[in-house]
Design a binder for this molecule. Structure first.
Ligand code: GLN
Length: 275
């Protein structure tokens, strides 16, 4: 079959955009380039892969898992069912941390990414700050496996710890502690494609969505340098409640809640700067 025939075939199972995205991925070209190779005859092995993937899409599997990788802040990350699919909001979280660190210019920078999943946050920061000592932590062996694969393919040298939040993390002091923990409330309605496919371990944060932050805040004081940045991704209704929890734990700090591009509260930063 030719590229053109495969696109027509694909449209029976999914949208034209997704069909082209799949085919372009397997042919290792940009989707727009397909138009220039419409008559090309495609190898059987690729045709089989394409057909299997179309079936998966028609069964409502997320395209990111079907393709097996995503682009996050310009870097290619492997993803599978053991890790959350990275969201644009998380790119915004990383961007804010990057801007902060560029202003501060910290020497011996140490960064901790709690609940790293595929590693997008910690690894992207390591890619920006090559001299930083970056540690990625997750409770899931499978997630750590994905994060390790990503570190390897991106040639980024970071540390990995298997831990339930701070439980197994050796005592140390960090400039930045970042986390996108599970924060969906137990009874919150979420999109079916998310609920049916993404790991619940990475999504649900208890009745009020704040269980993981409580867990993190319980021990965080032992792991912070004198000056620090804590960066959390948050559920859009959780900012004020989390701010209260933080006031109790870290009384002399500055708390900033920031909105994402959809204009929803999505990030909470805690800063301490005593220069
Ligand atoms: N942002 C994700 C969602 O809306 C949830 C991520 C999380 O719980 N950390 O599905």
């Amino acid at each position: 079959m030719t590229v053109e025939e495969l696109i027509v075939y694909g449209k029976k199972y999914t949208s034209s955009t997704h069909a082209k995205m799949l085919l372009a991925t397997f042919l290792e070209v940009n989707p727009l380039e397909l138009l220039t190779i419409l008559d090309k005859v495609v190898d059987d092995s690729i045709i089989n892969l394409y057909k299997e993937s179309l079936k998966a899409l028609s069964e409502n599997r997320p395209i990111q898992y079907v393709i097996g990788h995503v682009n996050f802040y310009g870097l290619k990350f492997k993803v599978n069912e053991n890790v959350l699919i990275p969201r644009f909001e998380t790119e915004e979280l990383v961007e804010n941390i990057k801007n902060y660190l560029e202003k501060k210019n910290i020497t011996n920078l140490k960064i901790l990414d709690l609940g790293c999943g595929s590693g997008v946050i910690g690894l992207t920061l390591k890619n920006f700050f090559k001299d930083a000592d970056v540690t990625l932590v997750d409770i899931s062996d499978e997630a750590l496996g994905v994060a390790r694969d990503n570190a390897k393919s991106l040639a980024l040298d970071v540390n990995f710890i298997k831990s339930d939040w701070f439980e197994n993390i050796p005592l140390d002091k960090y400039d930045v502690i970042v986390s996108n923990p599970p924060y969906i409330k137990t009874d919150e309605e979420i999109e079916e494609i998310v609920r049916k496919n993404e790991p619940h371990l990475a999504l649900y944060g208890g009745l009020d969505g704040l269980d993981c932050y409580r867990n993190i805040l319980k021990d965080i004081n032992n792991y912070l340098k004198n000056n620090y940045l804590i960066a959390f991704e948050i559920g859009y209704l959780e900012g004020q409640d989390l701010k209260e929890l933080i006031k109790d734990t870290l009384p002399n700090s500055k708390v900033i809640i920031k909105k994402d591009l959809s204009n929803k509260d999505r990030m909470l930063f805690v800063e301490k700067n005593i220069d």
